[in-house]
Design a protein around this ligand. Structure first.
Ligand SMILES: [Zn+2]
Ligand SMILES: [Zn+2]
Length: 339
């Protein structure tokens, strides 16, 4: 099969013909119809984040926003049939037995395997996964529309769900890229009044079209002043990987509000403890999502409440796509088509 392979960090992926994987008894082989390109793929390809997970598998096939169909199944697989439409997220496998798994936070499982990081992912024509961790794609949702929900979608969904935002409360979304434009839609569905913040007028126009009630260009206006004048945000979600976005977002949160950490700058984040205490702001991080979160976000999309802006490109163009992403030139999500 054709696959994009990582051989060395910080070098382009090579498109090669490799052995098609063979599913074990409890696995399914998925024919990949679409695989989203996530910002994390850049970090994996560059060998960043050694403190998160040492990437020892090489050669490695990246890609963790996979949508496709069951092409083959192992002898012990009963929940799937050949032809079923399924997807695979960042979390490839969890133990099901540790405290985190049992308390409903399998995304924190210490034994987890990660798609396209510790095991081969979806920048390929086929991928094999544990049958227990494939997720059904609802009818009416195309593979290209579904794929980005397996990371970008579930990530913003879980973060906002845990922020417990109430209808009528103010949500400020910092960064209206692949994650941010989904956060605007999830926030609206939860009944929030959404303000979008970005440095790109084009992205802000998109946020407005999606239903944001206000937009602020942080390169042109004093965002802190504007948001505080309106009473501050009950929840500020930063999807941008710029530390400056956090520096701006923190003072925009109203007392007892929540700063949601989703975008991941390289530098540590610093906030004045006196302001943290004086406002009782909660600083809450979030990491992808569970299978339950994923089912909910896919249902939301199937109901027409959430749509990822996608553009499709052939798998062979993966390196150009990654470079575009690195330069910040991607609005919405680019989805690779292996065929
Ligand atoms: Zn991702
Ligand atoms: Zn576990």
């Amino acid at each position: 099969m054709k696959a994009a392979i990582l051989r060395e960090f910080k070098t382009p992926l090579s498109i090669e013909d490799v052995q098609q994987p063979y599913p074990d008894a409890h696995e399914v082989l998925i024919e990949v119809e679409a695989c989203g390109v996530c910002h994390s793929d850049l970090h994996v390809a560059d060998g960043d984040w050694p403190q998160l997970v040492p990437i020892t598998k090489r050669p490695l096939i990246l890609g963790h926003e996979i949508a496709g169909r069951v092409a083959e199944k192992g002898a012990s697989v009963h929940q799937w049939e050949v032809g079923d439409r399924v997807g695979v997220p960042w979390i490839y496998w969890t133990c099901g037995e540790c405290d985190f798994c049992r308390e409903g936070n399998e995304n924190l499982c210490a034994k987890q395997k990660i798609t396209g990081v510790t095991v081969d992912g979806g920048y390929a024509e086929f991928v094999k996964v544990p049958a227990s961790h494939a997720t059904k794609i609802p009818d009416g949702l195309s593979a290209a529309d579904a794929a980005p929900l397996f990371c970008a979608g579930v990530t913003v969904y879980r973060a906002l769900k845990h922020a417990r935002i109430q209808p009528g409360q103010r949500l400020a979304v910092f960064g209206v890229g692949g994650l941010g434009h989904l956060a605007v839609q999830v926030g609206l569905d939860l009944g929030a009044i959404v303000t979008a913040v970005d440095v790109s007028d084009e992205k802000l126009t998109q946020a407005k079209k999606l239903g944001a009630s206000a937009t602020l260009n942080s390169a042109a206006v004093n965002v802190v002043k504007e948001l505080r004048r309106a009473g501050g945000a009950h929840v500020a979600m930063v999807t941008s990987a710029a530390k400056a976005a956090y520096d701006t977002a923190f003072p925009c949160v109203r007392g007892s509000g929540t700063l949601l950490v989703v975008g991941l700058p390289r530098e540590p984040l610093c906030f004045p403890p006196i302001m943290m205490a004086a406002t009782e702001v909660r600083i809450q991080a979030s990491s992808v999502g569970t299978r339950e979160d994923l089912g909910q976000v896919l249902a939301m999309a199937a109901a027409g409440k959430l749509r990822c802006q996608t553009a499709t490109r052939p798998l062979a163009e993966v390196n150009e796509v990654l470079e575009q992403l690195r330069r910040g030139e991607v609005s919405g999500r680019i989805v690779l088509l292996p065929r």
